[in-house]
Design a protein around this ligand. Structure first.
Ligand SMILES: [Zn+2]
Length: 389
């Protein structure tokens, strides 16, 4: 719950007016909290490979990362974490722990990890991206994450430590679609020579808001798009360290198989909601891909008040309230990384409940139910479904 983006000022009716926008049932989604102007990030990503065959192969490849993890670097935070993700344990700036889900089921590398001196130093920007890289890189990399859990990626300012991380990296993974465009300047300033891999390269984004000229960046809510990113990461690592190519590709396939299983599980959860009740009002427009992939409808969005989007009018607000009532929307959903106060106010006015701990732009703290991508998707589905069914 760090890095709250809204200041703690009084929420008067006027503030509410500023902070809220109604969106018609067509869900013209509103601005996403100040995405920096984004020219596309440099792209070194290879083209995607189909993942269907990969899933089948990965199913066969499953099991036991632990055996391969014996060469984990000595700074491992816990034995369990080291066993699951030895590579990340060495990363000075990484605090995330492996999830029980991932460590229990993720496919391990068939080969022993190289000695620590030979591990590939990888830097990655967003928390979800770090998780993808961690799963693909396994025990052949050290991962340094730039963003920490619960920090908004849209307008992050890099630190001196980030510059050092970038300078040391042998591969820099950026997300793209304008979400982490701030990294470009840091890469330039660090005079980094490492290849920069934009994991979303080649994926066509949905249309974003006026503030998202590169498109809607929240693609991780569609697991099939994440599978493309994972494949891209595997191919990029294979290029950077050809000796590990087979391992990276196998890890990518195995993780993609886990993602496929999560996708099916999450779909099953959402399918418990009666079709007529599958309506979302959120405090952030991050959920367009989620709605599309899992057959939900976004009927309205509340914008964080820090957004400098055009001020909604009283009419906008009344429209949203009318929509909530007419559509019999049961809840407003807010992200854990955004201050939910505005949404809470709207919920009070309409007499519906607020669910304020969805995972959106960032994973949760280690130990939370959203500390990995796979877990965050299940946690969101569970929360949304329990509020709507
Ligand atoms: Zn966002």
């Amino acid at each position: 719950m760090t890095e709250r983006r809204m200041d703690d000022q009084r929420l008067t009716r006027r503030a509410l007016l500023r902070a809220l926008t109604g969106v018609a049932a067509t869900a013209a989604l509103a601005a996403c909290g100040g995405t920096p102007t984004a020219t596309s990030a440099p792209s070194a990503a290879p083209t995607m490979a189909p993942t269907a065959a990969a899933a089948a192969a990965a199913t066969r490849a499953a099991t036991t990362a632990a055996a391969a993890a014996t060469t984990a670097p000595s700074v491992a935070p816990t034995a369990a974490t080291a066993a699951a993700t030895p590579a990340t344990a060495a990363a000075a700036t990484t605090t995330r722990a492996a999830s029980p889900v991932a460590s229990a089921t993720r496919s391990g590398s068939p080969a022993a990890a190289p000695p620590p001196a030979q591990l590939v130093a990888v830097a990655a920007t967003t928390t979800q991206l770090q998780d993808f890289v961690k799963n693909v890189g396994g025990n052949r990399i050290t991962l340094s994450g730039i963003l920490k859990p619960n920090v908004d990626p849209h307008d992050y300012e890099t630190t001196v430590q980030d510059a050092q991380t970038i300078g040391r990296a042998q591969m820099i993974c950026v997300y793209g679609v304008g979400l982490d465009a701030w990294i470009e300047k840091a890469i330039a300033n660090a005079n980094a020579k490492a290849p920069v891999v934009t994991v979303t390269a080649g994926i066509m984004p949905l249309k974003g808001s006026d503030k998202e000229p590169s498109g809607d960046p929240h693609m991780w809510f569609d697991p099939t798009l994440v599978q493309q990113m994972v494949t891209t990461i595997g191919e990029a690592l294979a290029k950077v360290e050809p000796a590990g190519a087979a391992v990276y590709r196998q890890n990518a396939q195995a993780y993609n198989a886990q993602i496929a299983r999560m996708d099916a599980q999450v779909r099953g959860i959402y399918n418990q909601i009666p079709v007529a009740d599958r309506k979302l009002v959120t405090n952030h427009d991050a959920f367009q891909y989620l709605a599309k992939h899992f057959n939900l409808t976004i009927v309205g969005a509340v914008i964080p008040s820090i957004s400098d989007a055009a001020e909604p009018t009283a009419q906008n607000i009344n429209d949203l309230i009318d929509t909530i009532r007419a559509e019999k929307v049961k809840a407003i959903f807010a992200e854990s990384s955004a201050n939910p106060r505005v949404a809470q106010q709207v919920a009070q006015e309409t007499g519906i409940k607020i669910v304020d701990n969805l995972y959106g732009d960032t994973l949760g703290e280690p130990g939370s139910d959203g500390d990995t991508y796979l877990k965050m998707m299940v946690a969101d589905a569970t929360l949304i479904t329990s509020a709507l069914k």
